[in-house]
Design a protein around this ligand. Structure first.
Ligand code: PLP
Length: 394
């Protein structure tokens, strides 16, 4: 706490203002506009052998990471702690390991493929079994819950078809059966959706994506609705294995978070404009975007998301896999790369990265819409579609 008479410590600060930096000055000494970066790996013990500062060693905790965690907890409306990790995968896996051997998990059939693979192949080695269900089928979900479930894992919008799951409805069903609910909200971000306010117990992010937003940090996060034993166990596992986010990465991520709201608002507006432009295009058989009334999850998305439907959409290309790959090869402004949520627009033939057992259609291109002028993004896709068709005929 600073002794600066202009301290903002007593001023009410909204989560959005805190994310921009409105609250960070409270802890800085001298009272700098930015908080300091704490690089120390070890901390001084008190003379009576205690650690009243609560910091002892860098694998357990770090003040730069903790300030970032406070910012996320506020954005998510969490009454429990938030924790940052060295990747989205390590965040999710630490939570799953915290359930302990014998745990039963339910997850969507279509979700981030890397975690689906972990749940399928690695989870059972730790005694964690996952059943994959279609969340549109309420009877199938109830039947699985009735068999005994510890955790329901949701991802909405779900990568890369952007399926929408009704968080409040699933949370009510899960709670009735005694299961906890975790939601991967990487794509929505707390700007558009706050799962904890809809009944989820934990919200997870690949912070590599929108929270950081500049494609230069790999990170993950969890925020807990309440301070529960599951939260404590997750933190214990993070401290034991060491995948806490490093301080310099935390500093970069904190910088990214300052512009989260403006980035996500612009990226959502750009994605909606791209989706609307291509929805009746002769070279596109389907546009997958929850912001379009034709999307099966549109009504639920309208209810549980505010301010937009995210910067992510997918296009199914007439002519199949070869044509889709040819289109991605001919874009100039959209960069051909995996990942999402950065300021630059990316395009990816998704099935190529997910492998043979992927449920993703082979003609699907996944688009992460960036901050470029949207008319240029649309024109670039148009020229790539035309170019790929011309090549076809020659
Ligand atoms: N969840 C979603 C929706 C993702 O898109 C990703 C990565 O692409 C992850 C989780 C995993 O995050 P990370 O790559 O930061 O480990």
């Amino acid at each position: 706490m600073t002794d600066n008479p202009k301290s903002l410590s007593s001023a009410p600060v909204s989560p959005e203002a805190y994310a921009v930096g409105g609250g960070s000055k409270e802890t800085a000494h001298p009272p700098s506009v930015l908080p300091p970066v704490h690089l120390a790996t070890t901390f001084v013990r008190d003379a009576d052998n205690q650690y009243t500062s609560t910091f002892s060693y860098g694998r357990d905790d770090n003040a730069t990471v903790r300030e970032l965690e406070q910012a996320l907890a506020r954005l998510e409306g969490a009454h429990g702690p938030a924790y940052f990790f060295s990747s989205g995968m390590s965040a999710a896996v630490c939570l799953l390991l915290a359930l302990g051997p014998g745990a039963k998990v339910v997850a969507p059939r279509v979700m981030y493929w890397g975690l689906r693979q972990w749940m399928k192949n690695d989870g059972p080695r730790h005694g964690i079994e996952t059943t994959f269900v279609d969340f549109d089928d309420a009877a199938a979900l109830d039947a699985t819950l009735a068999e005994g479930t510890d955790l329901v894992w949701l991802e909405t919008p779900g990568n890369p078809m952007w399926n929408i799951i009704d968080i409040a409805d699933v949370a009510a069903r899960a709670k009735a059966s005694g299961a906890k609910v975790a939601c991967d909200a990487t794509v929505a971000t707390p700007v558009l959706m706050r799962p904890l306010t809809l009944g989820a117990d934990v919200v997870m992010h690949s912070a590599t994506k929108y929270l950081n937003g500049h494609s230069d940090v790999v990170a993950g996060a969890l925020a807990f609705a309440e301070p529960t034993p599951l939260a404590d166990e997750t933190r214990r596992i993070r401290a034991g294995m060491g995948p806490i986010l490093a301080p310099l990465e935390a500093m970069l991520l904190r910088r990214g978070l300052r512009t989260l709201h403006v980035r996500v608002e612009r990226q959502s507006a750009n994605a909606l404009a791209v989706a609307q432009y291509f929805k009746r295009h002769p070279a596109i058989t389907e546009v997958l975007y929850p912001g379009l009334p034709s999307h099966p999850g549109h009504a639920i998305a309208t209810r549980q998301m505010t301010g937009g439907f995210s910067g992510m959409l997918s296009l199914r290309v007439a002519g199949g896999e070869a044509k889709a790959i040819a289109v991605a090869a001919r874009t100039r402004l959209w960069t051909r790369a995996t990942s999402l949520g950065g300021v630059e627009s990316l395009i990816e033939h998704r099935a190529s990265i997910e492998g043979a057992d992927s449920p993703v259609p082979r003609d699907l291109l996944r688009l992460s819409t960036g901050l470029e002028p949207v008319d240029e993004l649309i024109a670039d896709l148009e020229q790539a579609l035309t170019d790929a068709s011309t090549e076809d005929k020659s």
